[in-house]
Design a protein around this ligand. Structure first.
Ligand code: ASP
Length: 307
């Protein structure tokens, strides 16, 4: 039988180890562990990789610790506009939402877009209406309020400064994602984010764009990225990992290393990505001080933040 494997991330950036208390670290790690186990449970029961990544990401969206779903950052107008995507490696189907408000689980909505809309990417008001029509759980603005993220926003509010949720020292961290290989040999990925603090004009990052922040292809691998979205978009980062494997014959590890450490840095692409290939090999790599991450593969469970 095919080996199963899953990995999750909760964002990457300049995480200051001295600002991380043992208690805080334990809180983050237990949330990551819960998410990766939830996804692994789906895989172990014979479920699909798509079900597994959705289940894992929902756990992280429901946690206020991460910049996705409940913990999403504030836009320049003091709102929460979320982006999410899912992609299935067996047939290259993808679904995504951008700039959607008041939806409890944007990853669920992204999947519904893939399965029921006939489209790939739906934005803003239309995405909300689609969620409403399909009776997805909605939440009022208060559900998304978080004091720490509000303080983060207060520091840059009224300015043109746009901030990555990560790379802010003491502050909370990031975007979430998951990649998985199921026992049928199918790969899938999912990514969900509140984007960047103080973003304006309906800014959309890499996370909901297939090939940029999210990609899965049974020929090669499944990828979910986190970091400075503008750079990941310009690098078409997730698809580039796939292309290096498919066209150049690189291993997953080599392809990820090239993208994360050589292609992204000249574009100011601070961040990292998680990936799994069709043999169930997991690679978690980043070019900054830390990435919240966890995996369960043939080697067991691993949860880490720093290198
Ligand atoms: N990539 C996300 C974005 O630019 C942010 C992040 O990963 O923290 O929207």
């Amino acid at each position: 039988m095919q080996e199963i494997a899953i990995a999750v991330h909760g964002g990457a950036g300049t995480i200051d180890p001295s600002a991380m208390t043992a208690e805080k670290e334990a809180t983050y790690k237990s949330a990551l562990s819960l998410a990766v186990r939830r996804g692994h449970g789906v895989l172990a029961a014979g479920g699909s990789s798509l079900d597994a990544v959705e289940a894992a990401v929902r756990v992280l969206e429901d946690s206020p610790l991460f910049n996705a779903g409940r913990g999403s950052v504030f836009t320049a107008e003091g709102k929460h506009e979320m982006d999410a995507a899912v992609m299935r490696g067996s047939d290259l189907h993808a679904g995504a939402v951008a700039g959607v408000q008041n939806v409890r689980n944007p990853v669920r909505l992204a999947r519904l877009v893939m399965e029921q809309s006939g489209h790939v990417l739906i934005s803003g008001r239309g995405a909300f209406e689609f969620a409403y029509r399909h009776k997805l759980p909605l939440e009022d603005d208060a559900y998304f309020f978080d004091q720490l993220r509000h303080d983060q926003w207060e520091q840059v509010k009224g300015s043109t400064q746009v901030r990555l949720d990560h790379s802010t020292g003491e502050k909370k961290f990031g975007t979430v994602g998951a990649v998985a290989l199921d026992m049928h040999g199918d790969l899938a990925s999912a990514t969900s984010t509140g984007g960047m603090t103080n973003k304006r004009w309906g800014r959309i990052g890499d996370s909901p764009v297939p090939g940029a922040g999210t990609y899965a292809n049974n020929e090669t691998c499944a990828i979910s990225c986190t970091g400075n979205g503008e750079a990941f978009l310009r690098a078409v980062a997730a698809h580039d990992v796939h292309a290096l494997m498919a066209y150049k014959g690189l291993s997953l590890q080599e392809a990820v290393r090239l993208v994360v450490h050589e292609k992204l840095p000249p574009l100011d692409g601070e961040g990292g990505l998680i990936a799994v290939d069709r043999q169930g090999r997991v690679v978690l790599d980043f070019n900054c001080t830390g990435m919240y991450r966890a995996k369960i593969d043939g080697g067991g469970e691993e949860v880490a933040i720093f290198r």
